[in-house]
Write a protein that binds this ligand. Structure first.
Ligand SMILES: [Zn+2]
Length: 267
């Protein structure tokens, strides 16, 4: 009897897999099990939790600066189907970190401004993080972890369990934060670097600042590694790929760099 249940389950899984194949903006095959709406909802809920639990910077100059750089990047991002507005929040924390969640939620930690020295370098980080959202990376990694969970539930299934019940259980057992903040893999990181480079270039920032940024990041990582590096690929590989990417971009004769003023003493 268990065998029948397994067969039903596997064919249901296969149907899901076949209908869930997609392509990322750079043409990579992706498995996406969740709808854009579901992901936006998860991202927004997770962001609200973070805003409740982490201190938010009240420094007006820093907020204006981060908003200015983010707005410049967003000016070249096409409208999204699953949410209407992007939101950026500056968290007051020494962590060298930033993130962007599905649903258009961007978080920047004040500690990042000690490493991202210039508006162009900050644009490199924000472009990279927004790249994760544009390429559905959270959906992809959540889909993978969900499949792993489903795989584990097969052995424990009885006849009364439908595959959909098992799936619902797996979904319920998954904490919002855990699911949405799993580390990205290397392919996703490289892809976000490429997208970020395009975005900052189109927005008028100097794309070579991305190379300077990751060099700063590597230097700052001596001792305790910054958060951004701990889940990202090796700095040397990344810097080489970015240098290549910068060279491949079309030349802009008269670049109109967005006027975002970095406050003199971030704290
Ligand atoms: Zn990343």
């Amino acid at each position: 009897m268990l065998r029948i249940a397994k067969t039903v389950f596997l064919s249901a899984s296969l149907t899901i897999l076949l209908s869930a194949c997609a392509h990322s903006p750079t043409g990579r095959n992706q498995l996406l099990l969740f709808s854009g709406d579901q992901m936006a909802n998860l991202g927004q809920r997770s962001f609200e939790e973070m805003k409740q639990s982490q201190p938010i910077s009240s420094d007006q100059a820093i907020n204006a600066y981060v908003q200015c750089v983010t707005d410049a990047i967003l000016a070249v991002v096409p409208p999204q189907a699953d949410f209407s507005e992007w939101e950026v929040v500056v968290f007051d924390s020494e962590q060298v970190n930033a993130f962007a969640l599905p649903g258009g939620k961007v978080g920047v930690y004040t500690g990042l401004l000690n490493v991202a020295d210039t508006p162009d370098q900050l644009a490199a980080v924000i472009g990279h993080e927004i790249g994760h959202v544009l390429a559905d990376h959270s959906n992809e990694r959540l889909s993978r972890s969900q499949l792993a969970t489903l795989g584990l539930t097969i052995t424990g299934m009885s006849m009364s369990d439908s595959p959909y019940a098992a799936m619902a259980m797996a979904g319920l057992g998954l904490g919002v934060q855990v699911g949405i903040l799993l580390p990205y893999n290397r392919a996703q990181e490289s892809e976000s670097d490429k997208i970020g480079l395009q975005l900052m270039h189109q927005a008028g920032f100097d794309p070579s600042a991305s190379v300077a940024l990751w060099k700063n990041m590597a230097a700052a990582s001596e001792g305790a590694p910054p958060e951004l590096l701990s889940t990202h690929p090796s700095p040397d590989t990344r810097i080489q790929a970015l240098e290549k990417g910068v060279k491949a971009l079309p030349q802009v004769p008269h670049r109109l760099t967005p006027r975002c003023q970095k406050p003199s003493q971030p704290h």
